[in-house]
Each structure stands twice: as structure tokens, then as C-alpha cells.
Design a protein around this ligand. Structure first.
Ligand SMILES: [Zn+2]
Length: 368
């Protein structure tokens, strides 16, 4: 590929050790009882949807269909000091106390298995490593393939399969340790990044921009009126959209709202909470592979214009393994310098071909 760029995929297999199994023995308590009650009310056998196969599917596809310019780099665990930039010490002590145990953390079915605490430390640390690699000049762009995801985790609470807020921890590290003044976080996951919003709600130096399926969809926050508070008023931008929203709307929002916001804010780094549950296969919204790729193209252009190309993606949700792995793949192709597609309306080309194929038969009899 000519003009290709090197892209780092940051991955550490310790993230596979987070593996809540609802049949395992959990710490006894009221939450355990309540969650079991909820699960028994479901008509189907419930499996933990945020499982190790998610990241394996991404890595497996990269091996089967390698992308020139993509290099895989290891990760590391985040330290207490790095995590404490966005989480309280009381919360961190509570989580650390769960090492080696199984427990429910939230009624929304967030749980931990014996390896989860280390996996969460490694997820946060690998997001940091991706940012450091970009600031060190090892690559312009990086993608941290991590789990558990992070954007629902609040300063004092685990929620929505998230323990530590990986993208927020990476942003705080860029500011505290790498001399970065302003950070843009774009969250394109289908769900609102309530945790990231909370952490930076009063911070004028982090622009948090979130497109998500509107309430009452989980977690229910992220209305238009939530714009930040105090010094941070105006640096939280929420764009709630209805079920089924797809490529054309996402691209319009990026071009007509994100681009001027970024030009005004002038970030030193662009981070993306890259969730692939906005893809049609996850049944909440309707972004296509070309849509994710086109959004990546817009973000790269913004990064090139405003922050020396520094763009780091951090994996969030995405539960259909086919759309998750192919979605990440389509983003990495663009990050590696591949062509940026313009998403077509699904089926339009096929309809035009059918019209061209059958049409003459009917026109021949017209007026006959
Ligand atoms: Zn999500």
C-alpha cells in the first residue's frame, strides 16, 4: 500500500481472564439474590454477553486477513496512581478487594470473576500504552483492543460491564503525564458514555462528544440539555438519536457538529470510545462497516489538522462477533492509510441493477 501509515494495535491477553460465569458461586449478599431473581425471570438461559471471545474474534480476523501497516504491540497494567486520576480511592479499594473472587457489582448484571481485577487494570493500562506510543512517535495512530469496556464506569461505581473507565484514564494520563492540554473524546458506542461524562462534566479541558441511542435505552442519560457544568459548561455535547439511525446521520453529525466543535476546541489528542454495537447486527442502531470507516476518515482529517495526527481508539461495546470483528477491521484499514469509503444506501446498487436488468422489457411494450 503506498502512502500507508503504521498503526499500532495494543493488546494484552491478560484481558481474557475477565470471565464472569453466572453458574459460578458468587459472594453471598443481597445483590446476588436480586440479580439471580432478575435472571430467573428471563425465559432464556442467560450468558454473560461481554466475554473473552469478543477480543479473540478481532485478533483472529486480523490473523486471517492481515492489514499492511498494522503492528500488534503489548499492553500493561495501570497503576493505582493512574486509576486514581478518575476513580476514588474508596472505590479502588473495593475493587482490589475482589481479586480472586466472583461477585456481582451492579444490578445491571455487571460482575467479576477471579481474574477480572487484573484484566481491568490491564485494559486501562493498555489504553494508556496506546496513548503513550502515539506521543512517543512510535505511530500516529493506535487502537487499544481491550476489555472489560470502560465508558459506563463512574468515579465511584461499576456499571454496564465496565469496571475502570479506560478512555477517561487514558485522557487523564495524557494530561497529567504527557503534557497534553486538551483532549477530545468522541463516543460512538450505541450506549451513552455516562461514566466518561460524569468524570469530565466540570472539566473545560476535555470535550466529551457522544452520539448514542436516546433514553430510555440503557443507561438512560445523555439528553441534549446535558452540556457540562461550571467551568465545563459547553464541553459536553450529547446527540441522542432514535433506534435504527444509520450512516448518513452519523456522518452528518460528525461533519456539521463535531468538525466545528473541534476547530473551536483545538484538542492535542483525539480519543474514540469505539463501540461497535452501533452496527445493525446489534439491533440498536444501523451503522455499517463503511459508516465506521468513513467516520474514521473524518476523525483522521480532524486529527491531522488540529493535533499532529494523534488519534487513539479504545474498544468499548459490540456483542455480535461478526460485526464487532469486521467493524474493527474496517476502521483499522482506514487507519493504515486505506481508502475511505462513502457509505451507500443499503440495497440501492442492487435495486439500480435490477431496474437496468428488467426495465427494458417493460419499456419495449410501452404505448404498444
Ligand atoms: Zn454499548
Amino acid at each position: 500500500m503506498t502512502g500507508g501509515k503504521e498503526v499500532l494495535v495494543c493488546y494484552d491477553e491478560r484481558v481474557l481472564a475477565h470471565e464472569p460465569d453466572t453458574n459460578a458461586a458468587f459472594l453471598p449478599g443481597r445483590l446476588d439474590k436480586r440479580v439471580r431473581q432478575i435472571l430467573s425471570g428471563l425465559n432464556v438461559q442467560w450468558r454473560y454477553p461481554e466475554h473473552p471471545g469478543r477480543v479473540s474474534s478481532i485478533l483472529d480476523l486480523l490473523v486471517r486477513e492481515p492489514i499492511e501497516g498494522v503492528r500488534i504491540m503489548g499492553g500493561r497494567a495501570a497503576s493505582y496512581q493512574e486509576l486514581s486520576r478518575v476513580h476514588t480511592s474508596a472505590y479502588l479499594q473495593d475493587i482490589y478487594a475482589l481479586r480472586g473472587k466472583s461477585a456481582w457489582l451492579d444490578m445491571d448484571t455487571t460482575a467479576v470473576s477471579p481474574g477480572s481485577v487484573e484484566a481491568a487494570e490491564v485494559a486501562a493500562g493498555t489504553a494508556i500504552a496506546a496513548v503513550e506510543a502515539v506521543f512517543d512517535g512510535q505511530a500516529d495512530r493506535a487502537f487499544a483492543v481491550v476489555r472489560p469496556p470502560g465508558h459506563h464506569a463512574e468515579p465511584v461505581r461499576a456499571r454496564g460491564f465496565c469496571l475502570f473507565n479506560n478512555v477517561a484514564i487514558a485522557a487523564a494520563h495524557a494530561q497529567s503525564a504527557l503534557g497534553c492540554e486538551r483532549v477530545l473524546i468522541l463516543d460512538w458506542d450505541a450506549h451513552h458514555g455516562n461514566g466518561t461524562q460524569d468524570i469530565f462534566y466540570a472539566d473545560p479541558d476535555v470535550l466529551f462528544f457522544d452520539i448514542h441511542r436516546a433514553a430510555p435505552f440503557y443507561p438512560g442519560s445523555g439528553s441534549l440539555e446535558e452540556v457540562g457544568a461550571g467551568l465545563g459548561e459547553g464541553t459536553t455535547v450529547n446527540v441522542p438519536v432514535p433506534a435504527g439511525t444509520g450512516d448518513r446521520v452519523y456522518l452528518k453529525i460528525l461533519r456539521e457538529l463535531l468538525a466545528p466543535a473541534v476547530a473551536n476546541f483545538k484538542p492535542d489528542l483525539i480519543l474514540v470510545s469505539a463501540g461497535f454495537d452501533a452496527h445493525g447486527y446489534d439491533l440498536a442502531l444501523n451503522v455499517s462497516y463503511e459508516g465506521f470507516a468513513a467516520m474514521t476518515g473524518i476523525l483522521q482529517a480532524l486529527a491531522d489538522e488540529h493535533c499532529q495526527g494523534r488519534l487513539v481508539m479504545v474498544l468499548e461495546g459490540g456483542y455480535n462477533l461478526e460485526s464487532l470483528s469486521h467493524g474493527v477491521h474496517s476502521v483499522l484499514k482506514v487507519m493504515a492509510g486505506g481508502e475511505v469509503p462513502e457509505p451507500a444506501v443499503c440495497g440501492l446498487a442492487e435495486a439500480e441493477a435490477a431496474i437496468a436488468f428488467h426495465g427494458p422489457a417493460f419499456r419495449a411494450t410501452e404505448g404498444g
